[in-house]
Design a protein around this ligand. Structure first.
Ligand code: NAP
Length: 339
């Protein structure tokens, strides 16, 4: 049996929008060697990295073996299934994953025993949404002493240059059937009141299990009202591959709005209602920061073996305060006493 050991951090997708910022952050922290991975051998090599493809777990296993001293793999691109996670855990390598797809996260969660067997830790729901939304949900849930319902709202900046994989993910998920919860009008600090639409972020599926809250809904809007209306107005078109391709190409070209983002969590129990929000700039940068702090915590060796979501790890509960050093602001918006 292999066991987790100190070594290098392999950032998969390490020259993408999230990955490159993560690599930059980790490299500013002294004493932490980092390896970059991606499909473009020349690009990876220029950054002192390796070619790898997450659609080929057997090849990934060979790469890990050749590198020899990787202790944490950070996934900054979504693989098609849990094959890469399985390889990491078999080899006693920790995993941090920024993925937002419910099925993928469920499949990795199912590897909890396999990870625990090799003393490896997998951390899921790392980023802004999922990630910071999960931590705000936890706070609001505790403030009302056990929520019956949680509403999460995510506002993304249409002016930010989101990475190709993030745009692909968003457009693909628009094609999923709309949730019966329906749109809601939500106040977001610095952005006024916005109409946000139900969107299949993984957090709303994870939190009922991790917090025991029956009803959780996540809604999305963009800072540009025009782009929000276009995105959700074109929902039908994304059911066909040509529509998805056209919309993906448009969203990669059109940058309307700012690079600001906001997330909000509202928890309800009877007459009690508490809400927290976080605001900042550049969700890719903040996703990278959440992944960096999570990786740093993993390297201390204090996180429990097995697979966990961010909100299940008490030592990471204060990330919203930690991120104040990176111009991310925490707001307590509403507190109606539960009693
Ligand atoms: N949790 C959150 O809040 C959050 C926030 C933002 C993004 N995300 C997720 O993070 C992921 C990355 O987003 P991004 O904006 O950084 O996308 P991106 O800029 O397109 O970066 C993806 C990177 O992965 C590499 N890559 C693509 N396919 C690969 C494969 N099969 N094998 C190995 N490497 C591959 C790409 O380079 P090559 O094409 O050259 O291989 C690129 O370096 C997305 O899945 C997105 O959904 C999560």
């Amino acid at each position: 049996m292999t066991t987790a050991k100190p070594g290098r951090v392999l950032v998969v997708g390490g020259y993408g929008a999230v990955g490159a910022l993560l690599v930059d952050t980790l490299r500013t922290w002294p004493g932490q060697p980092v390896v970059v991975g991606g499909r473009d051998a020349a690009r990876a090599a220029r950054l002192g990295g390796v070619r790898l493809d997450v659609t080929d777990p057997a090849d990934f296993r060979r790469t890990l073996t050749e590198l020899g001293d990787v202790s944490v793999v950070v996934m900054c691109v979504e693989p098609p299934d849990a094959g890469i996670a399985r390889v990491c855990f078999e080899q006693g390598v920790h995993l941090v994953d920024v993925a937002a797809t419910r099925r993928l996260l469920d499949d990795i969660e199912d590897l909890h025993e396999a990870a625990a067997d090799t003393r490896a830790t997998g951390v899921l729901s790392v980023g802004v949404a999922p990630g910071l939304t999960n931590l705000l949900a936890l706070r609001a849930h505790e403030a009302v002493e056990g929520a019956e319902r949680i509403d999460l709202t995510v506002l993304l900046g249409g002016g930010e240059r989101h990475g190709a994989d993030a745009v692909r993910w968003t457009v693909e998920h628009l094609a999923e059937p709309a949730s019966p919860a329906g749109p809601a009008r939500v106040g977001l600090p610095g952005h006024g009141t916005r109409t946000a639409h139900p969107f299949p972020f993984s957090d709303q599926h994870t939190l009922p299990r991790t917090l025991g809250v029956e009803r959780v809904t996540t809604r999305l809007c963009l800072d540009s009202r025009l782009l929000t209306a276009s995105l959700f107005g074109l929902r039908q078109a994304t059911r066909h591959p040509t529509g998805r391709r056209a919309l993906t190409a448009s969203f990669r070209r059109i940058h309307l709005g700012s690079d600001h983002f906001a997330v909000r969590a509202d928890a309800y129990r009877g007459r009690a209602h508490t809400a927290y929000a976080l605001t900042g700039r550049e969700q890719s940068r903040v996703t990278a920061l959440v992944a960096a702090y999570t990786t740093r915590e993993l390297l201390t060796g204090t996180l429990p073996p097995g697979v966990h979501h961010l909100e299940q790890l008490p030592t990471l509960a204060h990330l919203p305060e930690t991120l104040a050093a990176h111009d991310v602001t925490l707001h307590r918006l509403r507190a109606t006493n539960p009693r």
